[in-house]
Design a binder for this molecule. Sequence first.
Ligand SMILES: [Zn+2]
Length: 163
Amino acid sequence: MRCAYCGCVQSRVVDSRQNEEGTSIRRRRECENCGRRFTTYERVELVPLMIVKKDQTREAFDVEKLRSSIVKSCEKRTVSLGKIDALVREIEQKLNSMGESEIPSKVVGELVMDGLKTLDEVAYVRFASVYRQFRDIQTFRDELNKLLADFDKGTADGNDAAR
Ligand SMILES: [Zn+2]
């Protein structure tokens, strides 16, 4: 870190402390050239995550919007809010760990569908039908058949394991 007084790039840290919330670290540095002290702060860089929609428009990622769309899909089902919140956190973490500043809405949709598939089939089909905007009954039927095939496979595997 370049010294604010003489421009020398060599400095040593003489004190380092975290703020109360643990969101930043303040460091007192001493310039190795002129001996003067200055302060630097270190924080996690929060890059706003942008979602690229089908029509190529961008929208800031909104975790509340994600949560409410999942809650809606789980209406009158037996999925607890705790499980929904866990799924939302998991999706948010996955998105952040991609290290991208722009993510296609498709990726978010797939993550939600993957998560819902394991939580509740009805919620999954509800979400998928809105998300994939089934154009007609045939696309809906195809999706349902795929789901049923997966489900049958899961049951069969379960039986095999039990034997
Ligand atoms: Zn200096």
